[in-house]
Structure formats: structure tokens, C-alpha cells
Design a protein. Structure first.
Lengths: 597, 198
């Protein structure tokens, strides 16, 4: 078999296909997105795949399929699990028939997320088993194990990779045998209906299962105990790779325990590891989950062993681990003299390079129009999650708050109740609108909020790599479904003022927003223009150097990455410009023109 | 073991470049591990790909001071990653700077030249590539990654031959883009020989 270069997320997908998964649902979110995309791309033909409207829906669809005996998988990022936590908590009591794996990608750093929450905690909270792969190749095999355990214990299981596993690639040999899974169909039974009495009984069952699973996990193939000595290291996930990378250079006797199933904690294996140790270092990312389990064991069995880790300050409490940070901790722990620190380069000051909206991004035009329309009025701009969060940067400076998916609309309502005389404007993207914006709109209409809602409709879920959503009419099965019209939804919800316009017409956009702002109650403007990544770019614009006075207004007002100042004149980098035309509309000297000019 | 860093600005095509190197190495029967920056930074932020070739590699991220070669798609981004370079490691860098929006707004005069001068003073094995002129010669601004790959492969530091790399390009790219990209690859590989064969 020839090896293939697979990203961790692709490996998870291929492993799930191999395990005979029949239904895969999810909502896009970095670093989890490519799992579902790979299932769709490599679908052997009998897997149903959907981008659901949000994580809660996704988890419920997957659960329904598992009730009927299908192997199902749902994918999301860590904050998505917050959205899906309601069905997840209850499902932990109800259980499943077909294997069901809830893949939740954590993001230490965080690199592309709002929080550094740890899904291993969530597993303990929901009392669900959790698998924690340390590499793409391990993830490929482990996802199949996850399905098997799920079926064996009739419970959904969590599968928690982190960014460096999700977005790291390795050469992997694929096994093309696909497990045959016969789904027997849904059998009516009182066990599928949650009631307090059933919950109590099932809670007892879950608690009874816990030590059995822990015992089972003690002999699980990816939980590994190696080495010997008086000192021990415990690690898991990508930190295992960093640990091994360092250990190969280190001398001295040390015991090593790798934890692939942080919950239920494989107690028996851990006790075997602790036997005869004086001191332990726990190398993990996010929260001190393994560390606390070990402290518990030491208390429970009265073991006189020092446990070092995050709680003791030996491992950083926030941010991701690196080969170096783990190396330093290992050197300290093993009493070795640290390798000489890399000499810092005395480089000239490096330019900071925060991410920005693309050249030609319709959001830039929308933000600019709203900014101008609201000039002279006291206004707060509540943002949301997506590419348009980048509207917070100068010179647009149009995102005053950003909390979580869908929150902008309702945060604005709270701000309005707390402070009179300030105009509240909330921005929401199209995908986010469907994900969790609609309830906020209903709340506003029902409670008579006075605010302007700006829907930035670019016909895609852009930030995560351009996935379709209910407004696009495209599904992951390649079908065209009816597009759901945001404007009709808003009207149906009772929004009295709903206007749509093309943001690249700056003047019209400004006037439309002004009218919306003058309206009493909840008024909505939908800016419709596709993300540049899903359309053919227009020819680049050019600056007429004779007409350009070097006033820099275009640069300073818009912050388009295609525009720079050279020799005191504005200059448009043709390879970057997407010909959106707004700089031409902004230039007071008519110095910028399109290709035909 | 061969360690390589590709550093650039989101949108410059670093991810594809790292895939091509990995594909070429795998065709030779080598093990590969890579790590990519995916997410917000892809919108014009700093992106770094780590590529590790050889058996028994554990971490997808390179340790500091271990890169045999850094391919900088932008001068400042190459400098930003220098801590990864091993002693006597090679730096292949695109000549042209990309001015961040923040720099334009603050009237900074950043244009990459300061970084190139710094690299010239610090790095013995430096290959400067005029990616802009190669792109112009190919008639596409989207082949910078190929130009740099061409230059990188002809340093020998990747342990891959030009032919092997070309094969990988042919395998991974859609048919209609192949000729264009191979042209950029060839031009890139020549620049290196010409200007650094002294
Ligand atoms: S037309 Fe102007 S604002 Fe639009 S992408 Fe080109 S340079 Fe940027
Ligand atoms: S990807 Fe699309 S929506 Fe995101 S910043 Fe670029 S143009 Fe805007």
C-alpha cells in the first residue's frame, strides 16, 4: 500500500470511513472543518454528510441516526460543543445503539478561537469517555476504536484532537477495507424518552459503568507505559510527540506514561506507573486534567509522590506547548543542565502583521458605509464571529464587541437597555445568522428593541474556508435545496424595516443605513455581495499618478491591503487588487480608475 | 532527517508548496510530517509551514535551530523564523516585501529592503529570488510559490532533485495549471544557479 500524505483531520475522516460510518454531520470551525469536508470528498457513496445549521442540530441529527443503529459522527470545534452541550448532556444518559463519535477539536494557543477550553473536562462533566490522539496516524486508527467502544458501552464517545494533530500531516498507509455495519433501524422503546425517573436510573448505570470503562482503558492499546526509574513523566496528545522528541536527546532513567483516554482515567495502569516513583511531571496542554487525576490517586491510595505540572507552575498554564517549552520542563525535572538557549537574533524591528480583510472584501465596503452613515451619532457597533471580526482593526474600527456566535444582536439589545441615547448597531454574517442569529432577532422584535441589524451576506461561510449554508442552497450531498432568503426570514419575524443593497455602491449603502437608523424599532439592512474567494475577480484598478495628490485618503480610510504609498503617490498592487472599486469612490481627486479607464 | 520552514503571508501559497515537497519526499519512500497555519492568519497574517522529512520524526513542529532550509516568501517573514535555522542553514528568500496595512497606516517605510540587508549580513547561505520578475515572465502572480520551490530545490538542501519535485507538481496540480507552474519552477531553479554559483 502506498502511503498518502494526510492531514490529521483527513486521517480522522478516512478512519471513520474505514470504520463504516454511515452519517456525518457538523458545523464548520477551525481546527475541525476538514474532517467533514474529507468525508464528503472521499465518500464511498453510502455516507450521508451534511453541514448542519449549528452544532446542536448537528449533534441531534447524528444522535437520531445512532438511535437507528447507524454509525454516526458529528464534528465541531471546542466552542461548538458549548452550543451542542444541551443534547450532549442528555444523550449521555440516554445512550445510543449504533456507534456515535462526537469529534471536538480543541485549540491550544488559542490560534483561531475565543477560548482555551478543554474538552477533556467536558467529557468528565458529561460522563462520556474521551479519546485524545497524539498524531494523525494514531487518530486514523483511534477513531475506529472510538466507534467500537461506543457500541460496546452503548454510549456516545468524545474524540478530542488538538490543532497540531488536526492540521499536522503525516504519510499514512490507508487500509481500504471498510467495515460493514448493519443498521437494524429504530426500535420503539421507552428507553429513548428522557424522564426524571429514567434519568435517575440511567445516572446510576453511567456511574456503574465508569470503573468498568476505566479498567477497560487500562489495557487500551494507545495508553502506554514504558521505561523505568524513580522519576516519571505522564503526557498525552501532541505533548506526547514533543516529549518523545526531547527524550531522544536526553539521558537518564525515566518512566513514561502516555494517556490516550483521559476520561475515564485508566486508574489501574496509572497505579502501575506510580509504583516506585518519587516524582512525576505531567506534560499536557490546556487544563491540568491528568495532573488532577494523579493527585486524586495519590490521595486515594496515600502515595507519597510529588506531582508536578500546571498546578505547581512547572508547565505553562495557558498557550500551547512547544518542543522547546517541553524540553525546558524536562531538563528541569530530570536535573539536567538546560541546552544553551537559542541566541536571540538582533534583527531589525519586524513589522507586525495582523490578519486583515482581503483586498476587495465586501465587508470592508459595508463597514465603511455604516461608519459614514453613523458619523456624528453616538453609536456602538457589536460584531460577531467570522471574517468580519477583522473589521475591528484600524482604519475601519467597526467592531466594539465580539463574544460568541450570534451574540452581537443580543449584546446590542442589552447595551440599548442600559444606556439611552446611543444607537446600537449589530453585525452578523449570513452563516452566523442561520447558526444562532435568528433567535436574537426574534428576541429583539418581541421585546421591541431599537437597533440596526446589519447582515453581511457574502453567500458563504468564509472564515473556515467557504462552506455552504442554508442561504446558499447547496448541500454537502451536492444537491440544490431551496435557498432560504434572509430578507424573507426577517420580514416573517416581524422586522418592520428590511432593506437589501450592494455594499460596493457606497452612496446607496450609506443612505440605506441612514434610513434604517432613523427607523424606530429593529431595522435591518442586508448587504449582499459574494466573498471574493468564491467569485471571479474584477480586473485590477489603477492610480493615475498625475491626478493623485498623495493625500492618502484612500489608504487611510479603507486599509485595503492592495494599496500602498510609493514615492508619495498611492499605488495599487495589481496582483492583490480585486477591482472592488471602493477606493475609486473614496478618492476625492478622481485619480483611481478601473481597467477600462 | 531534513527540516524545512516555509514562511510567508497568508494567501501566498505556502501550504501548497509544503504539500509538493512532502509529495516528492514520499515518492522517494521517505516519511514526512508537516504542520500548517490554518485559520484567521490565512487572511494576510503570518503563516508558517513546517516540513520534516525522514524516519523517526515525532513532533510536527520543528525544534528551534533545526531547519536545514528556510524558504521565505517575504523578507520579514524569513527573518521572523530565523530562530528555527540551524547553523549554516540555507535561507531562500523572495526579494519583495509586503507592507502590512498597519505599516501603511502608520506611515512606516517598511518595504522589505531593511530585512534583506539584514539577511545578507547574517546568513552565509542566502539565495535571493526575484519572484516578481519570474511571475511577470510567467504572466501570473500566482506562481511565486513555484519560483521559490525551484530555487529551494536547487540548493540541494531538500534532498530532492528538480525532476522529483517537478513530478510532484504534475501530480498535485490541475492539468490546466501545470505548464505555467512548471515554467515558474524552472525559472526559479535557474536563478539560484546563476546568482549563487560564484
Ligand atoms: S479596487 Fe481599490 S479597494 Fe478594491 S481591492 Fe482594488 S485597491 Fe483595494
Ligand atoms: S475570505 Fe471573503 S469574507 Fe473573508 S476577508 Fe476575504 S473576502 Fe472577506
Amino acid at each position: 500500500m502506498k502511503p498518502e500524505l494526510l492531514m490529521g483531520n483527513q486521517a480522522i475522516a478516512m478512519g471513520a470511513i474505514r470504520a463504516g460510518v454511515g452519517i456525518v454531520t457538523g458545523y464548520p470551525g477551525t481546527p475541525s472543518t476538514e474532517i467533514l469536508e474529507t468525508i464528503a470528498a472521499r465518500n464511498p457513496g453510502n455516507i450521508y454528510v451534511e453541514w448542519s445549521v449549528n452544532e446542536k442540530s448537528a449533534l441531534e441529527v447524528a444522535a437520531g441516526a445512532a438511535y437507528a443503529g447507524k454509525r454516526s459522527m458529528v464534528t465541531m470545534k471546542q466552542v461548538g460543543l458549548n452550543v451542542a452541550s444541551d443534547p450532549c448532556m442528555s444523550l449521555a444518559y440516554i445512550g445510543v445503539k449504533g456507534g456515535m463519535v462526537i469529534v471536538v477539536a480543541d485549540d491550544p494557543g488559542p490560534i483561531s478561537s475565543q477560548t482555551e477550553q478543554d474538552t477533556r473536562h467536558f467529557a468528565a462533566y458529561a460522563k462520556l469517555p474521551v479519546f485524545d490522539p497524539s498524531s494523525p496516524e494514531e487518530a486514523y486508527l483511534m477513531i475506529g476504536d472510538a466507534f467500537a467502544y461506543s457500541e460496546k458501552y452503548q454510549t456516545p464517545v468524545l474524540f478530542r484532537p488538538t490543532t497540531r494533530v488536526c492540521h499536522g500531516s503525516s504519510s499514512i498507509c490507508l487500509d481500504n477495507n471498510i467495515a460493514a455495519v448493519a443498521a437494524e433501524g429504530f426500535k420503539k422503546d421507552a428507553k429513548w424518552v428522557i424522564f426524571p425517573r429514567l434519568s435517575y436510573q440511567n445516572h446510576l448505570k453511567v456511574e456503574a459503568r465508569h470503573p468498568i470503562l476505566a479498567e477497560d482503558f487500562s489495557s487500551y492499546r494507545f495508553n502506554k507505559l514504558t521505561g523505568r526509574g524513580k522519576k516519571g513523566i505522564v503526557t498525552g496528545g501532541i505533548s506526547y510527540a514533543y516529549t518523545i522528541e526531547n527524550m531522544e536527546q536526553l539521558s537518564g532513567e525515566v518512566k513514561l506514561l502516555k494517556i490516550a483516554t483521559p476520561y475515564p482515567f485508566p486508574e489501574k495502569l496509572a497505579l502501575e506507573f506510580l509504583q516506585g516513583l518519587d516524582e512525576v511531571l505531567v506534560v499536557e496542554e490546556l487544563d491540568p486534567v491528568i495532573e488532577k487525576e494523579l493527585l486524586c490517586l495519590c490521595g486515594k491510595y496515600r502515595l507519597d509522590i510529588i506531582i508536578n505540572g500546571k498546578l505547581s507552575g512547572h508547565i505553562q498554564k495557558a498557550g500551547e506547548n512547544t518542543v522547546e517549552s517541553v524540553g525546558r520542563a524536562l531538563h528541569d525535572f530530570l536535573g539536567l543542565s538546560a541546552a544553551d538557549a537559542a541566541q536571540p537574533f538582533s534583527a531589525p524591528e519586524l513589522p507586525v502583521r495582523p490578519p486583515v480583510l482581503c483586498a476587495g472584501c465586501p465587508h470592508r465596503a459595508s463597514f465603511y458605509a455604516v461608519k459614514n452613515a453613523m458619523k456624528g451619532q453616538k453609536a456602538v457597533f457589536s460584531g460577531d464571529i467570522g471574517c468580519y471580526t477583522l473589521g475591528n482593526a484600524s482604519p475601519l474600527d467597526m467592531v466594539d464587541t465580539c463574544l460568541c456566535m450570534g451574540a452581537g444582536i443580543t449584546i446590542a439589545q442589552g447595551l440599548q437597555r442600559a444606556e439611552a441615547g446611543v444607537k446600537q448597531v449589530a453585525f452578523v454574517g449570513d452563516s452566523t445568522f442561520f447558526h444562532s442569529g435568528i433567535t436574537g432577532v426574534i428576541n429583539g422584535v418581541y421585546n421591541e428593541a431599537d437597533m440596526v441589524l446589519i447582515v453581511l451576506d457574502n453567500s458563504t461561510t468564509a472564515m473556515t474556508g467557504h462552506q455552504p449554508h442554508p442561504g446558499t442552497g447547496r448541500t454537502m450531498m451536492g444537491n440544490l435545496s431551496g435557498k432560504i432568503s434572509i430578507s424573507k426570514v426577517l420580514t416573517a419575524l416581524g422586522v418592520q424595516y428590511v432593506a437589501s443593497c450592494n455594499p460596493f455602491d457606497l452612496e446607496l449603502s450609506r443612505e440605506t443605513v441612514k434610513k434604517a437608523a432613523a427607523h424606530k424599532g429593529l431595522a435591518a439592512v442586508i448587504f449582499e455581495a459574494p466573498c471574493i474567494a468564491i467569485m471571479k475577480p474584477h480586473p485590477a484598478y489603477q492610480v493615475d499618478a498625475d491626478k493623485c495628490t498623495g493625500c492618502k485618503i484612500c489608504i487611510k480610510e479603507l486599509g485595503c491591503p492592495a494599496m500602498i504609498l510609493t514615492d508619495d503617490k498611492a499605488y495599487i498592487e495589481p496582483s492583490l487588487c480585486n477591482g472592488c472599486s471602493i477606493c475609486a469612490q473614496v478618492c476625492p481627486f478622481d485619480a483611481i480608475g478601473g481597467a477600462d479607464k | 532527517m531534513i527540516n524545512c520552514i516555509l514562511a510567508g503571508v497568508g494567501g501566498q501559497g505556502t501550504v501548497l508548496a509544503s504539500k509538493i515537497i512532502a509529495e516528492a519526499a514520499m515518492t522517494k519512500g521517505w516519511q514526512v510530517r508537516t504542520a500548517e497555519t490554518i485559520g484567521m492568519a490565512q487572511r494576510g497574517g503570518c503563516v508558517v509551514s513546517h516540513v520534516r522529512i525522514g524516519d523517526k520524526i515525532n513532533s510536527p513542529l520543528l525544534p528551534l535551530k533545526s531547519a536545514d532550509i528556510i524558504v521565505g516568501f517575504e523578507p520579514a517573514e524569513a527573518v521572523r523564523c530565523l530562530a528555527y535555522l540551524r547553523e549554516n542553514g540555507i535561507v531562500v528568500v523572495n526579494q519583495k516585501g509586503i507592507k502590512p496595512v498597519t505599516a501603511s497606516l502608520s506611515d512606516s517605510d517598511y518595504d522589505g529592503r531593511q530585512m534583506l540587508t539584514y539577511l545578507r549580513n547574517q546568513i552565509k547561505n542566502l539565495v535571493v529570488v526575484n519572484g516578481e520578475s519570474i511571475c511577470a515572465a510567467c504572466g501570473s502572480s500566482r506562481v511565486l510559490n513555484m519560483a521559490l520551490l525551484g530555487a529551494a530545490v536547487s540548493t540541494g538542501a531538500l534532498g530532492i532533485s528538480y525532476t522529483e519535485l517537478e513530478k510532484a507538481v504534475r501530480k498535485l496540480l490541475p492539468a490546466k495549471l501545470i505548464d505555467l507552474n512548471i515554467l515558474a519552477l524552472t525559472l526559479g531553479s535557474r536563478i539560484n544557479k546563476k546568482e549563487n554559483g560564484k
